[in-house]
Design a protein around this ligand. Structure first.
Ligand code: ADP
Ligand code: MG
Length: 354
C-alpha cells in the first residue's frame, strides 16, 4: 500500500468482535491460533468481545465510549461488519464515530471486503486471516465509501458492499444452509438456483456517473441524501430509466469482490465514490448465466460479450419490484421486500489496512 496512508494511533487500543457462529464456526479457533500471537507480537492491546446474538455488536457500538478505542475490528463475515457500521451510524455523534478505523479479520463464509484487501495488495498466497492480521499490525488507515439505502418502511440502512435482487439475493439467502462448507456455499447455491431459474419483474432507474453528478470526497458527510427524491416521488429527469422490466438479477456493488471467488468489479476501489450497477435481463440461458459466474472468478465476465449483461457506473439508483415475491439483500443480509433506493456517500467510513 502507498506510504501516504495515515497510520493508526500507537499503541492502538483495539476492540475485537468475534461472531463464534460465522463461517464454519471456527472464528474463535482462528483467533486463538495465529491472530492472537500476532497481535501480542506487535504489542497491540486488545479486548476480545464474543457476540452472543444477532445485533449484539450493533447495540454495543451504538452505546460504546469510543474514546476508549482506536480501532474496532470484527472477526466474522460481512454480516457483522454491517452491524457495526449501522450501530455507529445510529449514534448522535455518528460523524465523529465514523472516524474510528474499522478492521476486518475474515472468519465468516462471506468475506468480500477482506478478500478485496488481500487482492489489491498482492499478497494472494497468504491465508486470509494471517494476512489481515499482518495488515492490522501495520496499522494503515484508509477511507471506505458507504451507500445509504432507503426501504419502503422509511427505514434507512448503511451498506458497505452490495444491494441485490433476484438471482444473487436468492443465492445469498438460500446458501446460508450450506454455511458449514465455507465460501464454496455460493457456488453450491448458484448451481441449485440455476435449476430453478426465474424472471423477476420490476422497474430500475439510476443516476449515471458524470462530471455533473460528481460528489467530491468528503463533501457529503452523512445523513443528507441529496441525490434522492422521496420514494413516492418520480425519479428526476437527470436519471436514466431502464426500458427492460424483466430481470434475472440486479446487483449494485461498491467493492471489487462479492465473495471470495467472485471478482465482480475488477477496477473498483473502496473509495472511488461509485456504485457499480449490474443487471441481467430475462432471456439469458442457464449455460450463459453459469458462464458469467464462472468467468467472474477471474473478473472476466464483462469480456464474455453477453448481450443480457449490462454494467453502469452510477451515484444513485431506485429499484421497484413488481413481482409480488422475492428477496432483497443488503451486504448479504435479507431486508424488507419492496421499492428501495440508494445513494453513495464517498469515504464516509474509515478502514484500517487499505
Ligand atoms: P457469515 O459470513 O458466516 O455469514 P456473518 O458475519 O455474516 O458470517 O454473520 C452471519 C449472521 O450472524 C449475521 O446476520 C450476524 O449479524 C449474525 N450474528 C452475529 N453474532 C451472532 C451470534 N453470536 N449468534 C448468532 N448470530 C450472530
Ligand atoms: Mg454473512
Amino acid at each position: 500500500p502507498p506510504s501516504s496512508h495515515p497510520l493508526l494511533r500507537r499503541p492502538c487500543r483495539t476492540m475485537i468482535l468475534v461472531n463464534p457462529h460465522s463461517g464454519r464456526g471456527q472464528a474463535l479457533q482462528l483467533f486463538s491460533g495465529h491472530i492472537q500471537a500476532m497481535l501480542t507480537e506487535a504489542s497491540v492491546p486488545y479486548t476480545l468481545v464474543i457476540t452472543e446474538h444477532q445485533n449484539h455488536a450493533r447495540e454495543l457500538v451504538r452505546k460504546a465510549d469510543l474514546s476508549k478505542w482506536d480501532a474496532l475490528v470484527i472477526m466474522s463475515g460481512d454480516g457483522l461488519l454491517f452491524e457495526v457500521i449501522n450501530g455507529l451510524m445510529e449514534r448522535e455523534d455518528w460523524q465523529e464515530a465514523m472516524q474510528t478505523p474499522l478492521g476486518i479479520l475474515p472468519g465468516g463464509s462471506g468475506n468480500a471486503l477482506a478478500i478485496r484487501l488481500k487482492h489489491n495488495t498482492g499478497y494472494r498466497e497468504h491465508t486470509n486471516g494471517l494476512f489481515c492480521g499482518f495488515l492490522l499490525c501495520k496499522g494503515l488507515v484508509g477511507s471506505l465509501d458507504l451507500v445509504s439505502i432507503h426501504l419502503t418502511s422509511r427505514q434507512r440502512l448503511f451498506s458497505f458492499l452490495s444491494l441485490a435482487w433476484g438471482f444473487v439475493a436468492d443465492v445469498d439467502i438460500e446458501s446460508e444452509k450450506y454455511r458449514h462448507v465455507g465460501a464454496i456455499r455460493f457456488l453450491m447455491g448458484t448451481l441449485v438456483r440455476l435449476a430453478t431459474l426465474r424472471v423477476y419483474q420490476g422497474r430500475l432507474a439510476y443516476l449515471p456517473v458524470t462530471e455533473a453528478s460528481k460528489l467530491p470526497k468528503g463533501s457529503i458527510r452523512g445523513p443528507v441524501d441529496s441525490l434522492l427524491p422521496g420514494l413516492d416521488q418520480p425519479v428526476p429527469e437527470t436519471w436514466t430509466v431502464v426500458k427492460d422490466e424483466d430481470f434475472v438479477l440486479v446487483l449494485a456493488i461498491y467493492q471489487s469482490h462479492l465473495a471470495e471467488d467472485l471478482w465482480t468489479v475488477p477496477g473498483a476501489q473502496a473509495d472511488d465514490g461509485v456504485i457499480h450497477l449490474f443487471y441481467v435481463t430475462a432471456g439469458i440461458s442457464r449455460p450463459a448465466l453459469l458462464r458469467l459466474f464462472l468467468a467472474m472468478e477471474k473478473g472476466a465476465h464483462l469480456a464474455c460479450g453477453c448481450p443480457y449483461l449490462v454494467y453502469e457506473k452510477v451515484r444513485a439508483l431506485r429499484l421497484e419490484p413488481i413481482s409480488p415475491q422475492g428477496v432483497i439483500t443488503v451486504d448479504g443480509e435479507m431486508v424488507e421486500y419492496g421499492p428501495v433506493q440508494a445513494q453513495i456517500h464517498p469515504g464516509l467510513a474509515s478502514l484500517t489496512f487499505v
